[in-house]
Design a protein around this ligand. Sequence first.
Ligand code: BTN
Length: 333
Amino acid sequence: MRGKAGQSVDRAIDRQILELFRERGSVISGGELSRVLKVSRTAVWKHITGLRGQGYRIESLHASGYRLVESPDVLTSAAVTAGLSTDRLGHQVICLAGTGSTNLEAYRLADQGAPEGTLVLADAQNQGKGRLGRSWHSPPGVNLYCSLILRPSIPPVAAFQLTFLSAVAVARAIESEARLRPFIKWPNDILVNGKKTAGLLNEMSAEVDRVNFIVLGIGVNLNMRADQFPNDLRHPATSLFLETGETVNRLSFVRTLIETLDDLYDRYLRDGYDPVRKEWLERSGMVGLRVAVDGTTERLEGVVMGIDDSGALLVDQAGGTVARVLAGDVRIL
Ligand code: BTN
């Protein structure tokens, strides 16, 4: 029986092999793999066999070596992190086959001291959490459910800025992976062709004047089929597959998303919130639209003027009063 230490060495070698395939993009000889990884050729062969068992299609080319032909769409820590070019995020990735909620899991890990950038991913959730106490339908094998731990040195009142940052990152990732033009609807829904395809639920642990950590919870409907949506949805919903007719590779999507979040977070820490705010507004296109807002305490209608410095939606009601909406559901009229 192999112990934990043996398994993690095995995983590290698997990851290195995948990284080498990605870096070279061509055939690598068994001899070179054995030299770079400092293991015997027999060990290389065993790892290649192991990776094939995990669904990687690796060709053996007579007398020249191995070539990675196709990666499975399985979210493993080795596959997500292999060759990831990020500064702060995704160095530690925990992939779960199933969990209640990745947000709960990430929050628990952050509370125990998990470092900034730790990402928790699950194939399925059975208690996926949505905004305003709702649930997030999370069937296995089709979508992305993940939660990222951040530890920025900011006051709690600025935490909403990271919600906006994550909305911009998801919109960019959808654009690059599915060639669609998503629209951000305040506060944190991502719509494609008017239907919701992703949602964000960010949670925070804080003291009066400083954030301990923030968990960015991100759910994206990637490959869900029409019959997999629950019947009682409040708003029209869709998946990227339903909009394009093409399956999205979950692994590729999550890698793009982490790299995008890393870029945006780096810029945020250097240049502040303004660049995020500008891109959020460009991608939202809500300014000037007439909306109905079901707030937590009241319902109102009006024209969107923008967002203020605390992330509230500014709605110009008939008669010139501008309402600041801090939470609620927005419908574009
Ligand atoms: C919304 O209501 O729009 C927010 C949905 C957020 C869902 C994601 S899925 C990953 C993470 N874990 C959760 O339990 N919720 C978030």
